[in-house]
Structures are given as structure tokens and as C-alpha cells.
Ligand binder design. Sequence first.
Ligand code: ANZ
Length: 877
Amino acid sequence: MPRYNPATIEPKWQAYWDKEKTFAAPQLPEGDGGKLYALDMFPYPSGDGLHVGHPEGYTATDIVCRAKRMQGVSVVHPMGFDAFGLPAEEHAIKTGEHPRVQTEKNIATFRRQLKILGFSYDWDREIATTDVDYFRWTQWIFLQLYDTWFDKEQQKGRPIAELDIPEDVQELGEDFAARWVDEQRLAYQSEAPVNWCPALGTVLANEEVIDGKSERGGHPVERRPLRQWMLRITAYGDRLESELEGLDWPEGVKALQRNWIGRSVGAEVDFRLAESQSPAEPGGFPAKPADDVLRVYTTRPDTLFGATYMVIAPEHPLVAKLTTGERADAVKAYVKAASFKSDLDRTELAKDKTGVFTGSCAINPVNGEQIPIWIADYVLISYGTGAIMAVPAHDERDFEFAQKYNIPIKAVVQPASAVPPEDAAKILAGEMCYPAEGVAINSGEFDGAPTAEFKPKITAWLAEKGLGQEAVNYKLRDWLFSRQRFWGEPFPILHELNDAGQPTGRVHTVAEEGLPVDLPHLDDFKPHGRPEPPLDKAPDEWLYPVIDGVKYKRETNTMPQWAGSCWYYLRFLDPKNSEAAIDPEIEKAWMPVDLYIGGAEHAVLHLLYARFWHKVLYDRGVVHTREPFQKLVNQGMILGENNEKMSKSRGNVVNPDDVVGEYGADSLRLYEMFMGPLPDSKPWNMDGVAGVRNFLGRAWRLVIDERAEAMALSNAITDAEPTEEQLRTLHAAIKAVTEDIDKLSFNTAIARLMEFTNFFTKEDSRPRACIEPFVLLLSPFAPHIAEEMWLALGHNTSLAYEPWPEFDESRLKQDTIEIPVQVNGKVRSKVHVPAEATQGEALAAAKADEKIADQIAGKEIKKELYVPGRLVNLVVK
Ligand code: ANZ
């Protein structure tokens, strides 16, 4: 036994921690050491099991948690599963087995794999997003998004007349008031295109469509409008952007979020149609453009004089009006073709630009020029006003388009002086595009104005004439929040039916007491060949509830996989609460998440969606912080041995089970932390695992007598007073490891532990006063071996809450240092000198040394050298 054998130690300690509930976190933080909420991005329990990439971030948070518990901090460290999703449903379609069965099998595998890695999770807090007791509250949050303050008051029985609806809305009558309320909802219905695959008879998720074809089978996929649910995330665009500010997140992730939100400041400008009769009226830019006006959004109003054509999106409401008789067929065909393309396909820079002329023209408000109006799908209906003024000289897309269709290109910005003269000449001749800023030219009275000054000037000029105004736009779109899938959260929504069984259009929510809405039983999961969701096949008892004599049809869309991960971090704090999503006192005490570690692939969507829900919950008084995740860290990618991405098809996937089987969990943990800085990507290398396994063997032998029959301490372990050098080594290690853990610099911390081991391996006497703190320092990284050594050192409880070693700065000071003395380049002796010795003092000490005195006796000293703290060299003849 005394040989280091993780195969026996590790399961033993895992069972112990489980049984003793060593890592159970208190309901509320305890003691006065502060709190730490450390969160891992919970995994999707795929059929492939855990990947070596998972334990990277999980080990990092685990080290922090274990160290902080020992430092007296109240720690909550939970784990669970993000378990709705497509693969389980596909498996169900293939085998007829309920997705829940498959999901639970996968969860069991993941749970087992996580447990054998010895993470200090509070397993009593485990949740899966597919648990009915969990998604009941996901549905409850949906109600918070759907219901408005107005609904709540009505539910309390207050009549509309008493409510504080803005007067101008009330004047419009009850119908308008109801519509106004609908506009306040953060969840609303809308027609949005879905990917319909006629050959497969099913709607496909975006990730199942590749280049317009189904991933399975390669069948054509059409885009068809279908009634769906949207979440009004755009209402939070400003806050989602500005409140990034105070977060301790990687700058790159913040930048990605800002880009995604895509706030831009520009102007809306009205272009009158050429045949329009009524002149623009000065003063006051109307909220809605007049009928004979084309309104555009531009971020470059300074280029107005260079607008040589206009473009409207194929879905623009003016398409019919602007299309002249002889252009009708071409326009019709173009609009139809565009309807099959996704926004991404349409806006990709590399894609060939296409368009058709409508036959109509508009008038450029700054110079009265008539310019043609085109339809082109690189303009999206969902952004700005769905129409643009095109300035080919200064916009790449417009430039490409104008070249293709022979539209004039007119430079109105003088290129900056840094542009090479031959390029500048081309730009001025309309042969090259110049999208950057410069000085206005060909712009009438505005010539000579630098771009930054010209923008507000022309915007003010337009505003004065009633032709434009400043406008802000966001790239962010409302969130398409429904999927035509079975394995997702049902919406708590009922559609009212009339006596004939037809929908009345009235929507009701399921009352809070009626939650959860569980998924119905389905006889089979096969698609039914229509674009409607699979839940349309549910039995009538589920699909058509009758409440107070009124018949309803349940909503049959389900929520997207993102829903469950939007708030799991809250439920972890109060996972068993049957009265509320989370108890307010518990929320106040533990939130926000202090450390969130996960993959960079979630830099945009998951984090944006979760922040959005959090802000809504903040506005509803459910949570007390504006942001959920105070500090975010992305772990780097673990690559295959050849620096390639690990993937099944390359056959280079490393299974953590195999590594644990061969080397033990402590070695796997230590190796993943020793590979390099946490945020870097790094290639796997089995030799490296063997290397850290050897280190653990040496650490073991530092403490344990391997040759003894039974567990016994090494003879070198003594109760002796440590020497100064031993103390110095210990305190250097304490300082470095403690600080490195706070900096999440685990590879350097491990290097320190190795140095300590190397030093003490050579010491014949290893005082407990040094070895015990070392075992504690090692424990967050390699907890099983540390617990076992701690036991051998005579302690009879887990070290999990043992006070963290304190370091003593004064111990690091070296009063005297030992330096080698060379004579003619050969070390002849060693002398002790004060650490801060001067050159003179060091040389004097060297010459006074007996051996050196012998060496130099009767010789001439040609040269004397002192490298402070390192060596003395004397050259003699
Ligand atoms: C004229 C112009 C001249 C433009 C120029 C750019 C450069 P961001 O910054 O991304 O907000 N645009 C406006 N609405 C659009 C739509 N629905 N679909 C496609 N493009 C649209 O981009 C704003 C710019 O993108 C706008 O400014 C407009 O082109 C175009 F030298 O107007 B610009």
C-alpha cells in the first residue's frame, strides 16, 4: 500500500466527501470571511460523455473554491446539466425512446465522470434544466417577460379606468389601449421565417441547415413564415451595452458583446420621390415618413452629396408602389428569390451583390438630383428603415454594386494624406472606394469640413428643413424565442378558441398556480410532415384544455435551448424552493456570481441572453444586482497532440476516464493546470501527464515511507525546528501559491510546489512545521493525495476547512547569504556575507577565507569581481 496508488486513494476520499457532505454550502454565507460564488458553465450532457476540455475550467474553479474555504470564505460551488436539446430528440425519433430516458442516461454518465475528478461541488444543489421543478420556474420567468404591470394590476382586480395609462393612449379607446399594452410586453408573437424542409417533413434548426440544404440528406430547405414567440431584448440594448462597463471580464468578450449589440449613431433622412407633389415642410421631422417619401438611415450623413442611387430591401412596403409596369416581372422574381435567403447569406461581404431597378427615382435633398431607386437584398428590412442612400465612392458594398450595374460613383471625401497618391487619384476618379474619414469635397457650401464636424452640421441643417434628424440604431434584433421541437420547455400560454374551435386571437397565460406545464405524452416522436411543431400531435386532453367553460389550445412551440441556461445560476442558490424561483434573502446574500469560468464559445449569446433575463428580473424586483456575473474568465481550448482541434473524426479525442484510469484524477487535474496559462489554448501531451504523475510520486515519498508494510511516515519527518533555509523555502512557497491562486495563475503555483518538493527531498530532516503546510498548499490542486498524506500525518478529519498556511514576510528576508568564491574561474570556497553586502565587504570576506587565503598567498591580484548575491571572482598571477 505505501506506494502512491491513486486507484485506491481517490475513490476512498470521494466516498468520504460524499458521505460527510464535506462541500455542502450553507443556505446563507456564514462567518465573517466573506462569500464566494464560483460557477462553472454547466455542461450539455451529450452522448459522448465528458471531454478533457470540461475539467480544465472545472479544475480552475475547484482550486479557487478549495483554497478559499481554507481561507475562511463561505463558498458555494454547484453543478448541474443543461439538458434540453436536439440530440436527445433525434435519438427519440430514431429509436422511439423518450428523450428523457436518453437524457437521464447521459446525465448519469456525466455525473459519474465529474465525481471521479474529485470536484468539491455541493451535489445537493444539482439541477437539470429538464427537471419539471426547474422548468416550472423557467416558465414563471416567461410570465414575467410576458405580463406587464398592467396585467398584474388587472389580475389584482383594478379596472382599466383606474390605471395610469398615458392619456393619449386612453383617448384611442380600449382597443388601442390593449394594443399599447401588447407593445409593452417583453414577450410577443410575430411571424418569423423558419427553415422548412419539405422532403424531411420537418422544420430544422439553423445548425441543421448547411448552405440552404438539410444537414441530414442534403434536401432543399425553404424559409417560411410561421407564428412564433419573440423576446424584446432590443428594449434592453442600451443597458446591455453600457452596463458591461463595470464588469471584470476579458476585454475581448466585452468587445464581442458590444459588436453584437452594435449601437451606431447616425441620421434618418427623408428623400422625396421624384413624382411627389408636396414640398417638405420646414421644422419638425415627422415620426412616420409621408407617403411620398423614402426614409433612410445612414451613419454617414456627411456623404449625402455622393448619394448616386438608393436601395430598398425586397420586403420594403414601398416595393409595389415604386415598381413601374415594365419592371414588374423582374421585381417580382427578384423579391421571391430573396425570400429564400437568410440574412447572413444576404449580408456577407464576400457574396456577389444583386439587385433590380424599380423604375422610380427619388430626389437628393441636398442638391435636388434625381437618383434611381433599386431593390437589393444586401439591404435588410430589419435594420434602420430598411432603405439606404447608396454612396458607392465611400461604401464597399455600394461600390461593388455600382460597378456591377454601371451607376455613377462620385467622391465627396478627400482621402487623408496617409493614402498613397496613386490610390488617392483613383478614389477621386471613382475607381476605388474610400470608406474612411477625411475632408468634404464636391459638397457645395460644406466643402472643406472634416468628417467629424460635417456629420453634426449636416444633421442640424437637415433637421432645420424638416428633412432629417439624429438617430441611433442597434444591430441587436429581438430574440426569436420559439422552436418547433418537442424536447424543450412548453410555453405557459393558452390560445382561446371559439365555439367552432377556431382561434379567437386572444392569448391567455397559464396562472402561476397552474405551473408547471409539463410536456405531454407522445406516442411517437416522428415528424408529422407539417411545419407546425411536434406538440401539435399531443393528445387532446393536453392540447385542448377547457377552463371555466372556455376551450383553449395550448401553445405548441417550445422554448429554445438557451432558455434554461439564462437563470440556472440563481436556482443553484435555492434549488428546492417550491414557493419561488429563489428566496430574496438567499439571492441578496450570495449574488452576484463572483467567478464564472467557461468556454469562449459562449462569449456572445449565452452571456447576452442571461444578462438580459437578469436585468428583467432586476426590474421586477426578483434580484438585487444589475449584472449576474461579476468576473468572467474563458479557459483556452485544449487541442489534440498535434495542435489540432480534438474531434471524433480526427480520432484524437482524449477521454478523461482513460487518463484517470491510468494516472489518477489528481494527475489529470494537475496536468491540465500545468499545461500553461488558463486562457491559452494548448496541445495535449500524455508525457506531460506522466510527468506530473511522477511529481505526485515524489511529493508522496516526501511524507510517506514507501518501503514500509503498512502506511507509515517517512523517517525524515521530524518534530525538529526547521532551519532558516527550510523556513525560507516554505514561506516563499506559501506566498507564491497564495498569490498565484488569486491570480488564477495555476501553472506557476504548481511550479512552486515542485520546487518545494525538490528542495525537501534532499533534506534529511523534514520538519512537520514545513511539511504540513505544504500538504495544505497542495490540496486544492491534488486533493485526494493531500487528504491521504494529511491522514498519515496524524490528523483524523478532512483538511478541507483546515486554516490556510499564513506566510511571514520576515521569513523571506535572507539575513546572510552564501556565495561561491572563484579563483581564476574555479570555485575554491564558499563564504557567508550579509545579503546587502557591498563589493568591498564581499571581497574582504572572500580574501579572509582560509582556503582562498592559501590560494592567493604570494600572488598578484589582477582583477576582482563581485556579482551581488551570486559570486566573487579573483583573477591572480
Ligand atoms: C450611406 C453611407 C455612406 C453609409 C458611407 C455607409 C458609408 P452601421 O454602422 O452598421 O449601423 N445601412 C443602413 N440601413 C441598412 C440596412 N437596412 N441594410 C443594410 N445596410 C444598411 O451601418 C449603417 C450603414 O449601413 C448606413 O450608412 C447605410 O449605409 C447602411 F460612406 O449610408 B450608410
